[in-house]
Design a protein around this ligand. Structure first.
Ligand code: URA
Length: 183
């Protein structure tokens, strides 16, 4: 059941609903402002996140931080989470079972934070939530589904060493701020 963000994070940290609990060091609940207007959703924790118990603390996180700051935002103003809260071995894509078992935690995060825009970072988040594909064609778009506003962009790990994608990603994040300003 749902109570507070703190109790949700505690339940996530003890979760044993799928096999990822057997190989994780730490579960990685979402992190950030509980009143955030923007929620970001990545794929799954990687090595650094598994070791620290916090989302996006590795090189993808640095890229995300940079794009946020470029748009006049910072990590304390937003809320950042993942489709699955535990690291898949070898950073493989989370499977259907893992995504389904973790989905209720994501729904609880939506219900507690009530973000105005949910930014889907990359193909896994886009596929899982909107059954979408073709990020490079669809990035920068806003999609309303079940009364929620989703914004589609790249995964920050996918833009590393690609200046064109880095520019596109930064422009997408600035676009989110514009959308909120004009809403
Ligand atoms: N990649 C993700 O999708 N999530 C993280 O938390 C870190 C890297």
């Amino acid at each position: 059941y749902m109570t507070t963000l703190e109790s949700l994070h505690e339940r996530i940290s003890r979760c044993e609903k799928c096999l990822l609990c057997e190989t994780r060091k730490n579960a990685v609940p979402g992190k950030g402002n509980k009143n955030a207007e923007i929620m970001f959703i990545g794929e799954a924790p990687g090595r650094n996140e598994d070791l620290n118990g916090e989302p996006f603390v590795g090189s993808a996180g640095k890229k995300l931080n940079h794009a946020l700051e470029n748009a006049g935002l910072n990590r304390n103003m937003v809320y950042i989470t993942n489709i699955v809260k535990c690291r898949p071995p070898e950073n493989r894509e989370p499977n259907q079972e893992e995504r389904e078992q973790c989905r209720k935690y994501l729904e609880d995060e939506f219900a507690l934070i009530k973000p105005k825009i949910i930014c889907l970072l990359g193909a896994t988040a886009y596929k899982t939530i909107l059954n979408g594909s073709e990020i490079s064609k669809n990035h920068g778009k806003l999609v309303n589904k079940d009364g929620r506003n989703y914004f589609i962009t790249f995964h920050p790990a996918a833009i590393i060493y690609n200046q064109k994608l880095t520019d596109d990603f930064q422009n997408d994040i600035k676009k989110i701020v514009d959308i909120l300003k004009n809403s």
